[in-house]
Design a protein around this ligand. Sequence first.
Ligand code: FNR
Length: 391
Amino acid sequence: MPNRKLNPSSIVNIEDLRTMAERRVPRSVFDYLDGGADAEVTLAENCRAFRETTFRPRGGVAVYNCKTTVSVLGYEIAFPAILAPVSYIRLMHADGEAGVARAAGQAGTIYTLPTISGHKLEDVKAASTGPLWYQVYLIGGRQAAEGAIDRARRAGYSALVLTLDTPLAGKRERDPRNGMKELLAPALLPKARFLPNILAHPRWLASFLLDGGVPKLGNVVVPGKGPMDLVDVGAALSHAGASWEDLRWIREMWPGPIVAKGLLTGDDARRAVDEGAQAVVVSNHGGRQLDCVSAPLHALPEVVEAVGGQVEVLMDGGVRRGSDIAKAICLGARAVLIGRAYAYGLAAAGEAGVARAIQILKDDLDLTLTLLGCASIDQLDATYLGAAHRR
Ligand code: FNR
C-alpha cells in the first residue's frame, strides 16, 4: 500500500483515522486493533473517563506558543505523548514498526517497540531518529528475553518496559469471530471462512503479500530454534506472564531505566518502585485484559500519591484528543502513552497516518493550553479541572 498524503481538512481527528482504517484493512485486522476484552466495558470506560473530566480555565490570559516539552527518564520530548507498544502492527500496514518509529522520531517523541514486532529491533533502531524503548514479554522464556534485552542494549534502546498485566491474553471476543488467528495460519485452508473479507481489501492484500506475508518474530529467538512464528505467539503468551521476580531479574542485567507497565493501584506502584523501576505506567492495557477494571485516568491520583515523586508516573488508555493529554497531566501524569490513536493512523495510511495522528494530538494540546490560559505544560495541575476532580 503506498503512503498517501492525508488531507488535513478531511482527517481532522483520531476518529477520522479510525473510520479510514476500518475501510482499509480486513475486518479481522481492524477488530484486533479496535476491540477489547469481554463486554468491552473498560474499553469504553477509558474514553468516557476523559470525556467526563471537565476543565476549569483561566480567563483573560492570552498565552500563545505554550511550552509542551517535558523530560521523561532524562529525555526531552516535544510533547508529553509517547507511542505505546502495539503488537502485530506490521499486519496493519507494511510500514510496520519501522514506519511508526520514523514518525515518532520526526515528531520528537519516543516509540516503544513491542516484543511482538514484525520488524527486528535492530532494523527499527536503524529506521528511527528518536529515542526508543523496548517492551518485554517473556514469550519464548527467560533465555529468549535475555537475548532480546542484550540486543536492545547493544542497539541503543534507552529504556525497557516490562508489561505486568498479561499473565494470559484477555478474552477478546471479536478475534475468534473475525479470524485473526486464521489470518496468521501458514496454510490457506484455515483462512477459508474469512477469505471473502480478506479479498474485499485487494490493496491491503497485495501489500501484505509483497511484504512477504505473515512476518517472523525477529525479537524472539529461542536458542536452537530461530525466530518464533507469529502464529505461535498466542500459545507462547499463555505461560509468559512477568512477575516481580522477573522485574528483579531484569534489574540485574539491564543498566538503564525500567518502566513497569500495567498497574492500577498505589500498592502495586510502590512495589514497582521497591523492585527498582524508574517509572510506572498506570494502564489496563487499553481495555484488552481484565474487563470492568477502573479507567487509568481514575486510578492515576492514587498512584501519584503512593509513589510520592520517587518515580515518574505515566498513564495510558483512552487518549484520543490533545485535551485528554492535558487532563492526565493535570492529575499528575508526567506524560501519556498512546496506542490505538497512532495505530489507527498506521492502518489507515502507513507512516503518513501515524504522523497525522501525532500532529492532530500535538495541535489539539497546543490549542487546549492556550484556551486554558496555561503558558506551560509544567504549570498544569488539578486546579485546572472541575471541582469533582480536585481534592
Ligand atoms: C496493545 N497493548 C500492548 N501492550 C503491551 O505492553 N504489549 C503489547 O504487545 C501490546 N499490544 C497491543 C496491541 C493492540 C492492538 C493494542 C490496541 C494495545 C496495550 C498498549 O500498549 C496500551 O496500553 C493501550 O493501547 C493504551 O490504550 P489506547 O491508547 O489504545 O486506548
